[in-house]
Design a protein around this ligand. Structure first.
Ligand SMILES: Cc1cc2nc3c(=O)[nH]c(=O)nc-3n(C[C@H](O)[C@H](O)[C@H](O)COP(=O)(O)O)c2cc1C
Length: 210
């Protein structure tokens, strides 16, 4: 049984400071903490409790470095799909894109990468594994470990599957680099609650929201 009591941080603190951490220190994540993080992921809700997830954990430096160019290619393939070519494109001149672009360059330095897979095809199975990533990142946050959700791209999917002998029927849903942050956690920048809530009818303000 993993020592889950190590996740001592209050839930509110984890939720309100768990921002995307893309710059990671190379320091290894202790195995006992990695086990806690994955055990938290396994507690997540999922459709019909079929638990169609598989967590492929990359830790070997050589393996991560072999994977890194495919992540880089996937990131740029997603940009190309959106008509964005080249690092100087105006659509990339914002902090989130700059940070994500840097991750595409530097992911090879992450101490751990988790490929969150669905074990069977179809949108239902992919959706079913999604809540687990939030558990994973919150548990990681409580242990001082950061990461972010990322996706790959069809352009690299088959090569990534071949590289790790991922079964044909499985789907790679997310790619989650994990490590100790170079920067800091939180606070988060989100739109005000009033702007995203209505009551009884779309657009009718909820008076009880500050
Ligand atoms: C479905 C999904 C896909 C994402 N894909 C990427 C990605 O490919 N690369 C990346 O660096 N961040 C990715 N992110 C992270 C988001 O950019 C991040 O959650 C968002 O900007 C909010 O960041 P914050 O929590 O630090 O405020 C993704 C997040 C989600 C939920």
């Amino acid at each position: 049984m993993p020592k889950i009591g190590r996740m001592g941080m209050p839930l509110y603190e984890a939720i309100y400071s768990m921002r995307a951490i893309r710059r990671l220190r190379p320091d290894p994540i202790p195995e006992r903490d990695l086990e806690i993080i994955l055990d938290a992921a396994r507690q997540a809700p999922n459709g019909g409790n079929m638990q169609p997830w598989h967590f492929l954990v990359l830790r070997d430096r050589a393996v991560i470095e072999q994977f890194a160019p495919l992540y880089h290619e996937a990131w740029w393939s997603k940009r190309a799909d959106a008509g964005i070519e080249g690092r100087d494109h105006p659509a990339l001149q914002n902090p989130v894109s700059q940070s994500a672009m840097r991750l595409a360059d530097e992911i090879g330095g992450a101490p751990v990468i988790v490929l969150l897979c669905a074990t069977a095809p179809g949108a239902g199975n992919a959706q079913s594994v999604i809540p687990s990533v939030q558990n994973m990142l919150l548990a990681a946050r409580s242990l001082g470990i950061g990461g972010t959700i990322t996706t790959l791209h069809a352009a690299v999917d088959e090569r990534v599957k071949d590289m790790f002998q991922i079964p044909e029927q499985a789907q790679i849903v997310y790619c989650i680099p994990l490590g100790y942050p170079q920067g800091r956690f939180g606070p988060l920048n989100r739109n005000p609650l009033r702007e995203i809530i209505s009551e009884d009818r779309w657009g009718q303000p909820a008076d009880w929201v500050e």
